[in-house]
Design a protein around this ligand. Structure first.
Ligand SMILES: *Cc1c(COP(=O)(O)O)cnc(C)c1O
Length: 383
């Protein structure tokens, strides 16, 4: 089988894990700090502003809690979003308001976001579809002008940037994911960035039982006389990363340029091998200055044949999928909003395998299989 997503883990990660075993310390510790510092350098922000957490989803829940959202508030997010983003909004009692996306890029424009703003909008929560930055700078400007908090779901945008500025650093808060299907993996894990250092400190406490010491406030202070006493001023969760996953993350971060190069080569090969198939649209090239992580490679097909092509490819041992089914159609969030871009994208889009372990033969297998499957499905549709 050729997977849609696949991590690259090897000897170096194993060696890093072995070191952690020898250290007799698996919990949150020095390797966590090192990974946070290295990731902060990677995205170009101070180390104190990033927090290694248990998952991007937990991070999204931390951001909405941090903002103190409640039933009087609205949060605008694209209908084509990861369900955890809407869940994180709804958990506070706030209302997720879905905006439309471009039917080809599957990202919202600033106008799409603006059309969905209400007097109650407290935050905007876009993602970078497939790692493509999208209109993030325009959306950031809109949010600044309106005094609205911008939370970036940069879960799949680990190497995405606009003019060298990392996705995730355009807004006030952001999360990245290192789950098993992402580009940089730690098993489970995520990173949270807060532009405001005080907010980052509160996130540290919130992510660990509300413990004051954990927020770093007393890091430079001497060990208190009774170090076992609790300094908890606010309740909290347990959503922290640990040294075992951080050690894997540190190695993966160093290997990221290598991953990026291979993904880019796979994307270029698909662009070439899949060009000119009647009725098929390849993913838009990112505009000048935009760097994409290349997390998704998506093709768009006539809706009448999309599912048949997916089934045919599966029979040939090639997995495909679609992310993310529009949330305004999901039972929990069903809304009578008219979002033609999201609807159109959802019925025509298919994600092809793209990961750094695909070799040239795999890429040809996918491309040939796809061409064939489209031809067969189109012929069947004609009869
Ligand atoms: C993977 C992903 C998430 C969730 O990340 P976890 O670390 O698995 O919680 C959220 N948003 C987007 C866009 C994702 O791709």
């Amino acid at each position: 089988m050729i997977n849609v997503f696949q991590p690259s883990l090897g000897e170096e990660e194993l060696a890093a894990v072995a070191e952690v075993f020898k250290s007799d310390w698996l919990g949150h510790g020095p390797r966590t700090k090192d990974f946070e510092a290295a990731f902060a350098r990677h995205i170009g922000v101070p180390a104190d502003n990033v927090v290694f957490i248990s998952s991007a989803t937990d991070g999204l829940f931390l951001t909405t809690e941090l903002l103190g959202l409640g039933p009087q508030d609205d949060v605008v997010l694209p209908s084509i979003s990861f369900v955890g983003a809407a869940n994180a909004v709804a958990a506070t009692g706030a209302r997720p308001v879905f905006c439309d996306v471009d039917r080809h890029t599957l990202n919202p424009s600033a106008e799409d976001v603006e059309r969905s703003l209400t007097p109650r909008t407290r935050a905007v929560l876009p993602l970078h579809y497939g790692g493509h930055p999208g209109a993030i700078d325009d959306i950031a400007r809109l949010c600044r002008e309106r005094g609205i908090t911008l939370i970036e779901d940069a879960a799949c945008a680990v190497t995405s940037a606009v003019d060298g500025r990392a996705c995730g650093t355009f807004g006030d808060l952001a999360v990245w994911s290192f789950d098993a299907m992402k580009i940089l993996v730690t098993g489970d894990g995520g990173m949270l960035y807060a532009r405001d250092p005080g907010a980052a400190q509160r996130v540290r406490a919130l992510a660990y039982h509300g413990l004051d010491q954990f927020s770093g406030r007393s890091r430079s202070a001497k060990v208190p006389r009774r170090w076992w006493e609790l300094s908890v001023r606010d309740f909290g969760h347990r959503m922290i990363g640990n040294d075992l996953t951080a050690a894997i993350g540190g190695v993966q971060l160093r290997r990221l340029p290598e991953f990026q190069r291979r993904r880019q080569a796979v994307v270029e090969a698909y662009d070439e091998l899949l060009a000119g198939i009647p009725g098929v649209r390849l993913p838009p090239r990112p505009p000048a200055g935009h760097t994409t992580s290349g997390y998704f490679y998506w093709v768009q097909l006539p809706p009448a044949i999309r599912d048949r092509v997916a089934a045919d490819l599966l029979d040939r041992g090639v997995y495909t999928t679609f992310r993310y089914p529009p949330l305004h159609r999901v039972p929990a969030y069903r809304a009578e909003t008219d979002l033609p871009g999201a609807d159109r994208a959802a019925e025509s889009t298919l994600l092809l395998p793209v990961h750094q372990s695909l070799d040239d033969a795999d890429v040809r297998t996918v491309a040939t299989g796809f061409r064939d499957a489209v031809e067969r499905a189109a012929a069947a549709a004609r009869t």
